[in-house]
Ligand binder design. Structure first.
Ligand SMILES: [Zn+2]
Length: 129
């Protein structure tokens, strides 16, 4: 079966605290988050910018979180104000996955990886792997 996988990465800076955490992560602090997204599809789609069905989706649609809050992204935000519930790296990855899914055509499998530091990251997908 034909398969295309887009790969993209971007960064954003944000503040957060982990509510209920017994330790320093419970206090407001910041991270330069790195995000990597893989978008896999067996068919190509049109996009907002290209009428013909020749893209998995637009790279711009995968990178929405890199924008500032005024443009709907997460850059220079307080994540606790943007995300319902906890702001662990696990939940941030799940949130970016859900919000990205809502912006792209159906039938695209997403894997979202979020680095909280250079040496600590989490990968999220809604498929069994
Ligand atoms: Zn943190």
């Amino acid at each position: 079966m034909p398969t295309w996988t887009l790969h993209t990465e971007f960064k954003f800076d944000a503040a957060h605290f982990i509510d209920g955490y017994d330790g320093k992560c419970g206090r407001m602090h910041g991270h330069s988050y790195k995000v990597y997204i893989a978008a896999k599809s067996h068919k190509l789609n049109p996009s907002k910018y290209l009428k013909s069905a020749d893209m998995v989706c637009d790279f711009k649609e995968l990178k929405w979180a890199a924008s500032v809050a005024e443009k709907g992204g997460l850059d220079h935000t307080v994540l606790n104000e943007e995300i319902q519930g906890s702001t662990t790296a696990e939940r941030i990855a799940e949130y970016i996955h859900k919000e990205t899914k809502a912006r792209i055509p159906d039938g695209i499998d997403l894997t979202v990886t979020v680095w909280e530091t250079d040496t600590s990251w989490v990968e999220y997908t809604d498929k069994d792997v």
